[in-house]
Design a protein around this ligand. Structure first.
Ligand SMILES: [Zn+2]
Ligand SMILES: [Zn+2]
Length: 106
């Protein structure tokens, strides 16, 4: 099946429909162009419906970057149960020395 298109400079071109979607070059003006995909609404959508697969969305969905949550790991003083920021090595409440390895896994 032969499809036709015009290059950006207006040259009439024909191509094999099976090459739809490929990059091509106008033989007259050497313009780069993309061959249009042949539309087959009925067959394509019916096949997708049978397979139950939604049309592939190839666009990359960018998620907003979550703000760097200051979720610093926290520890609990083993003596007074006070929650202490992981940066502290001394419990501000009871002055117990807290080695860095003593972490409370939350
Ligand atoms: Zn051309
Ligand atoms: Zn304490």
């Amino acid at each position: 099946m032969t499809s036709k298109l015009r290059c950006p400079n207006g040259h009439k071109l024909s191509f094999d429909a099976r090459d739809g979607g490929k990059q091509a070059m106008c033989p007259k003006c050497h313009s780069r162009l993309t061959l249009p995909q042949p539309r087959r609404e009925v067959s394509d959508t019916s096949i997708l419906a049978v397979l139950g697969a939604p049309p592939a969305d190839r666009s990359i969905v960018l998620r907003p970057t979550a703000p760097a949550a200051p979720s610093a790991p926290r520890r609990v003083c083993p003596r007074c149960q006070t929650r202490i920021s992981a940066g502290f090595q001394l419990c501000p409440n009871c002055r117990t020395y807290l080695p860095a390895s003593c972490r409370d896994d939350l």
